[in-house]
Design a protein around this ligand. Structure first.
Ligand SMILES: [Zn+2]
Length: 462
């Protein structure tokens, strides 16, 4: 009886605590709403500039000097906003990066208007709610809060809200690095790509993205003199290509872990409920990975497989020019996701060996952009670990390598180590970024806001 009373009181208290709003909850919500309702798609109705200007106006109104808030870009619809929060200058600046652009969303595909901000059943709905306008709203609201509180960091805090991460011809980060390096130059950067994972309301892990795989397409091609299909010969372009692709289908690149992926498996083992899988995770995280364990993990989840090795897969096929002619051309696109540190040239060499047919040519579709992993800096890791412990007891911090790419690529290649850090949790079985009815939990949005406030304060002082 006594116990249940205590439990009840505790439950009532925590419900009360949750209902209380943080000092900048309302402001963050207003900014979030404003951002969602500005269409920032690449299409003709979208304008990133409009969103950049709206954020610049808020920062200036909140006490930023006009000279410290710049709206700039290579195209009238694709301006970025870069703002500098002045610190003591005892340390090099920290960059806070979020992209303002969003993936196209059609009204007819959605239950409600994707560009009307909607709060319903504990969620905020709208295009960009998870990718990446919540982060942008958090940054702006938190910098305004810190300004109001009179906080002076050791280092300058640079905010960059940018264009064309999702597509489009005017990638904001790339453009800023090429043309205005000094504006955004920093010791390290915080970006999207990380965040909390939960399942059915249970918070599991908080991921720090420290590395990304490298994207590379290869054109696999067979040319042949062709001829009349009533007189077939064994030397057939389609057969050459098909046989080569079958060899590729059976091939796997070697298992190779790095600092990030080794730590990923070692820590994931701690939260893994299946003891056999946990043992396999520990076995691949060792100094020499256990290959049998790696094979079991790879077979259990495509994501595990992709974390452990370079992958190359056939994604497109074309060939022949008439139903009654021997093919003069057979061609496939093979898409590779290359482990950082492995060169595209060496992957091409491997493909040539695996396809094992001198008639099959292998060429790069475009130039690969290598992306070097960011070192797991102890200062950054320590802050994320202690904040996670403080706000989400029991949640394990896990460094990850993205199998896709973000704008972190441009920064990392520009020698600015970049970390995907976000204290906002999302359900791993309900990922709607780029999809229909994109949404974010209301509670998680405000928690992420507070987490990021503490993060900026701590890293700004480090
Ligand atoms: Zn994004």
């Amino acid at each position: 009886m006594r116990t249940s009373l205590v439990v009840l009181t505790f439950a009532a208290l925590s419900a009360l605590a949750r209902a209380q709003s943080g000092p900048n909850d309302q402001l963050a919500r207003d900014i979030f709403k404003e951002l969602i309702e500005i269409n920032t798609t690449d299409g003709p109705s979208g304008s990133v500039t409009k969103a950049a200007e709206a954020m610049a106006a808020r920062l200036r109104a909140g006490g930023f000097a006009a000279a410290d808030v710049q709206v700039l870009g290579p195209d009238p619809r694709k301006h970025n906003v870069v703002a500098r929060y002045r610190g003591k200058g005892t340390k090099r600046p920290m960059l806070l990066l979020a992209h303002l652009d969003v993936v196209e969303a059609r009204r007819e595909d959605w239950t409600t208007d994707p560009f009307t901000f909607l709060e319903k059943d504990g969620f905020f709905y709208g295009r960009g709610t998870t990718d990446d306008k919540s982060m942008a709203a958090h940054f702006v609201a938190n910098l305004l809060r810190l300004k109001k509180e009179g906080f002076t960091p050791e280092r300058d805090l640079i905010l960059a809200l940018t264009a064309d991460e999702e597509g489009g011809r005017f990638n904001g980060v790339d453009w800023l690095i090429q043309n205005h390096r000094a504006l955004i130059d920093a010791e390290f950067a915080v970006n999207e790509g990380g965040g909390g994972s939960m399942r059915k309301g249970k918070y599991l892990t908080n991921e720090i993205q420290a590395s990304e795989k490298v994207y590379q397409d290869f054109r696999i091609e067979v040319k042949n003199a062709g001829g009349h299909s009533s007189l077939p010969v064994k030397d057939n372009a389609i057969y050459h290509l098909a046989a080569g692709l079958s060899r590729l289908a059976a091939f796997e690149f070697p298992v190779a872990l790095n600092e990030v992926t080794r730590t990923y498996f070692e820590r994931s083992a701690r939260v893994q409920s299946d003891p056999k899988m946990a043992a396999d995770m520990r076995a691949v995280a060792g100094a020499t990975p256990d290959l049998a364990a790696a094979a079991r993990l790879a077979a259990s989840q495509p994501y595990f497989n992709s974390m452990m090795r370079t992958t190359c897969v056939a994604t497109q096929l074309e060939g022949g020019h008439a139903p009654n002619a021997l093919p003069q051309l057979a061609r496939a696109n093979v898409n590779c996701r290359i482990l950082p540190g492995v060169s595209a040239a060496s992957v091409r060499e491997t493909l040539i060996q695996v396809l094992a047919d001198p008639q099959i040519s292998v060429s790069n579709v475009s130039e690969a952009r290598p992306s070097r992993p960011s070192p797991l800096r102890p200062d950054v890791m320590d802050v994320v670990e202690s904040l996670t412990k403080e706000m989400y007891p029991g949640v394990v911090v896990i460094p990850v390598m993205s199998t896709g790419a973000t704008d972190g690529l441009y920064l990392r290649n520009g020698e600015i180590p970049t970390y995907g850090i976000d204290g906002t949790f999302g359900d791993i079985d309900d990922v709607r970024a780029h999809g229909r009815d994109e949404r974010i939990g209301v509670k998680q949005f405000y928690e992420g806001l507070e987490f990021q406030y503490r993060l900026i304060k701590a890293l700004g002082a480090k």
